[in-house]
Design a protein. Structure first.
Lengths: 775, 105
């Protein structure tokens, strides 16, 4: 601060000496520098500093020279070190120690001493020399007026007086600019006037200042406002503030471009054509597939069925193939099983050497003991046919197959009202295989009767205990009936006892007749898909009607138990009833009987026409009797009492005079009227008397054996011994006559005996009874 | 798809298929169907003017699915294009036309 004040003061005093500056300028242009100073008045003056430092320069120059010399001396020293003698100029002054240590001050002044002080110029105006004003050596380069004014200046005072600005501020401002004289005033507090007074030397000035201060205080007191900067009236400049602006930034990002692919192709017409064709083919294929699929849901079931069928068919075919083989094998095995029987026979035939293995077959066995008997014959049991499921059922009917002599059907059911079976069964046995039936048919209720069609041996009609009838086609399988009676009105109301195929109708329709204990005979016709039923006859009894409930009259009906058709006249049939009557009827008349036989005392079980003479028939009954009748004759020709209820009776197919009957006591009777009119030529216990009852009997049409059925589900084949099947020997004269005529003749001869002697007939009626009872 | 088999004038039956047959496409199913519809309508409308047809297709596609679509309609040409993946359709139409439609921005 004081230095500054000095320079400023010197600068102020320099102005007159500026005239000599040019000289120095020439000498030292390079060293010239520009100094900027604010003068007290606020004027900025720039001038060269050369002028006041010229002396200094000279000194510097000298010293630099000196240093040069010194440098040289050093160099010399380096290579004249040995001599170490300082050379000194000749004219160098010798100074004493005190003189050397004396300080000689050099004062620099801005005053240019070379400038003439008193230059004059002649003024023609005044007519005298006037002094030329001293030229200054100050060159103004730049001038800038400040806004601040000296506090002590008149202008400042006027301003303060006008505005009332706090003098202290003004002082402070001016103090900083005015120099060393003012600080005292500024720093001195107002409340210490004594101190100022105590200083003494500047007392006058002080008073003046204090007066000012008081004046200012007044101004302050009057305004009381904030400190205010004193401003220049004319060139006032407002100060503005600028807040720092937010820096701007630039940020860049780049997204991943979407993925791209390449594709190229060549379009040519044949490509298009080929593509279309290919696509069309594909479409047609798909359509076909869809068609298949579409078909599927609709026909899926069908298809599945079909598939199932196909599978079944395949398996069936497979099975059938194997079944055949198995059946053959089974028969072989069975043959071996029953070999001992055959073997036994073989033993008895050891004498006959010609017998081959075929001897095992039953048909070649003849009871040799017959030769030694007079008339009697024997029955040899061959095989027993059973079916496990039917062991508790009784054989209700035995029917031979018309085509296969070794095949016969056996119905299983029950005759007992109380012990009815839950389901019936019809088995077709082959005598070649005694162990198992060839066919099995299961019926809903007990099978009571069956019949095999003569023309169509695969058709079997079955009558059931519940009154239903059903037709099975063995070719179609045995699981489902081909025809079955339907509804309450479409069936018999009671058990069907006898069922027979009828002759084909005029237009070839297959039909059958059925007889039931409800007293009606139905004719069933096999239509396209159903059975149609017509009532042939209702068996009303020839008795007055009985009173029914509510005063109604009920005509009593005879409940039929058996029925047979005339072998030649297909219209004629006979019906045996429960009350022992036999009606001869015709399909042509539904209300009239051709004949009524008072045949038995108990129900007629079975009847049979003679195979050779259809006028002769035999009947059996629960009253133990077997009677032989001639058509349209009220009285029987023969009566045989068998000592037990006779279940069945049959004429032999090979002889007109032979018939066989079975009784409930398990005996089989074989009669040959030609041999013995009174007695059976064979009476044999076939099954245990107490355990089993025999129910049915049938002759085999071709082979000499009987089949009998019992109530334990067993059917037994019985070989007839030779005595039981004697054939007629043609008379010597009439050797050409065939067996049939001979048989007819034989019967006729026999009958003529009976007919001729009605009384004798009567006697014969009694005789066998006696015989039987005697037995 | 409708196929209308037509009998050609020649001796044996000549079946001409006219339905749009997509030869190559990686479009979404919806977009593809729409594009096929557009192409079908455009090609049927301007059967004689392929340029106009192509223009129509292109503009319709631009409007519908955003820029920039390119369409080529012609009977014989070759092409090798870069396209934004999932945005190409190359199909035959009318038995003799090939249409390429792709997007590339």
């Amino acid at each position: 601060m004081p230095d500054k004040a000095n320079t400023s003061s010197t600068a102020a005093s320099l102005t007159p000496a500026s005239e000599t500056a040019e000289e120095f300028d020439d000498e030292s242009e390079e060293e010239s520098k520009i100094r900027v100073r604010f003068n007290v008045r606020g004027l900025l003056r720039v001038f060269t500093a050369d002028f006041y430092c010229c002396g200094l320069q000279q000194q510097i120059r000298a010293s630099s020279l000196g240093s040069k010399h010194a440098g040289e001396g050093d160099d010399n020293d380096n290579w004249t070190r040995t001599s170490r003698q300082l050379l000194r100029p000749a004219d160098q002054m010798d100074l004493t120690e005190t003189e050397l240590s004396e300080e000689i001050p050099k004062i620099l002044s801005t005053e240019n001493r070379h400038l003439p002080q008193n230059l004059v110029i002649y003024s023609f105006k005044e007519g005298a020399y006037i002094p030329i004003p001293k030229s200054t050596n100050v060159v103004t380069i730049f001038e800038c007026e400040g806004s601040a004014i000296h506090i002590e200046s008149a202008e400042a005072k006027a301003q303060i007086a006008r505005d009332g600005v706090d003098p202290r501020i003004a002082e402070l401002k001016s103090g900083t600019q005015t120099g060393a004289t003012t600080p005292d005033l500024i720093d001195r507090p107002e409340g210490t006037p004594e101190q100022g007074e105590g200083e003494g030397s500047e007392a006058g000035g002080e008073v003046e200042v204090e007066g000012e201060e008081e004046h200012k205080e007044v101004a302050v007191g009057t305004t009381g406002g904030p400190k205010k900067k004193l401003t220049n009236q004319f060139n006032f400049c407002e100060r503005a503030a600028l807040t720092c602006s937010n820096p701007s930034r630039s940020v860049e990002t780049q997204t991943v471009p979407p993925p791209r692919s390449q594709f190229g192709a060549n379009v040519v017409q044949w490509h298009i054509y080929d593509s279309y064709n290919e696509d069309f083919d594909r479409q047609t294929r798909e359509k076909e597939k869809e068609m298949m699929k579409e078909k599927k849901p609709g026909l899926q079931k069908h298809a599945e069925l079909k598939r199932g069928d196909a599978k079944n068919k395949a398996t069936e075919e497979f099975n059938r193939k194997y079944l055949q083989k198995c059946q053959i094998l089974e028969r072989m095995v069975n043959q071996n099983i029953f070999d001992d029987i055959a073997h036994g026979w073989l033993k008895s035939f050891l004498t006959i050497s010609t017998l081959t293995i075929l001897i095992k077959d039953f048909r070649y066995y003849e009871d040799p003991s017959d030769e030694f008997r007079e008339d009697d014959g024997t029955l040899l049991p061959l095989w027993k046919f059973t079916y496990d499921k039917c062991k508790k059922m009784s054989v209700t009917d035995i029917c031979l197959n018309t085509h296969y002599f070794d095949l016969y059907a056996v119905c299983f059911g029950s005759f007992e009202f109380i012990k009815q079976v839950s389901e019936g069964c019809v088995c077709l046995f082959s005598i070649k295989n005694p162990s198992f039936p060839e066919y099995r048919i299961t019926t809903e209720s007990g099978a009571m009767c069956c019949d095999v069609h003569k023309k169509y041996p695969y058709l079997i009609v079955i009558g059931q205990y519940d009154g239903n009838v059903c037709v099975y086609n063995l070719q179609m399988g045995t699981k489902e009936p081909v025809y079955v009676s339907q509804g309450v009105n479409g069936k018999h109301s009671e058990a069907v006892w006898e069922i027979k195929w009828g002759e084909d109708m005029q237009d070839g329709e297959i039909n059958f007749y059925s007889l039931s204990s409800d007293g009606r005979v139905f004719n069933w016709v096999l239509m396209q898909n159903k059975l149609t039923l017509t009532t042939i006859i209702t068996l009303y009894l020839d008795v007055p009607p009985v009173c029914g409930p509510d005063g109604t009259m009920i005509k009593l009906k005879a409940s039929g138990t058996c029925m047979m058709f005339h072998p030649t006249n297909k219209e004629i049939f006979q019906v045996g009833t429960e009350d022992g009557l036999i009606f001869k009827c015709s399909t042509a008349y539904s209300s009239k009987y051709l004949m009524v036989y008072q045949a038995h005392y108990l129900s007629v079980y079975r009847m049979d026409y003679n195979k050779f003479n259809s006028n002769i028939f035999v009947s059996c009954s629960g009253d133990w009797r077997v009677k032989i009748w001639e058509d349209m004759r009220n009285d029987p020709l023969f009566i045989f009492d068998l000592g037990a209820s006779v279940g069945d009776v049959k004429w032999a197919p090979y002889s007109s005079t032979v018939f066989a009957a079975v009784t409930s006591e398990g005996r089989v009777f074989v009669f040959d009227l030609n041999v013995n009119k009174y007695k059976a030529i064979c009476s044999q216990q076939v099954v245990p008397r107490k355990k089993n009852k025999l129910t049915r009997i049938t002759f085999n049409n071709k082979l000499p054996f009987l089949i009998v059925g019992d109530d334990k589900g067993t059917s037994i084949t019985l070989k007839l011994s030779p005595n039981l099947r004697l054939l007629c020997k043609p008379p010597k004269k009439q050797g050409w006559m065939d067996q049939h005529t001979l048989q007819v003749q034989k019967l006729d001869r026999l009958l003529s005996l009976v007919r001729e002697l009605p009384e004798g007939g009567q006697s014969t009626e009694n005789d066998p009874v006696d015989d039987a009872t005697s037995n | 798809m409708d196929d209308q088999p037509k009998e050609g004038g020649e001796g044996d039956k000549k079946i001409i298929h006219v339905y749009p047959l997509v030869k190559h496409s990686d479009m979404q199913e919806e977009m593809k169907n729409e594009a096929i519809d557009m192409i079908t309508t455009a090609c049927e409308k301007y059967a004689q003017n392929y340029e106009l047809a192509a223009k129509t297709i292109k503009e319709a596609m631009d409007k519908k699915f955003g820029t920039y679509w390119h369409a080529c309609v012609g009977e014989g040409f070759g092409f090798e294009v870069s396209y934004e993946t999932k945005n190409i359709l190359y199909l035959f139409f009318g038995g003799n036309l090939a249409i390429v439609l792709w997007k590339c921005s």
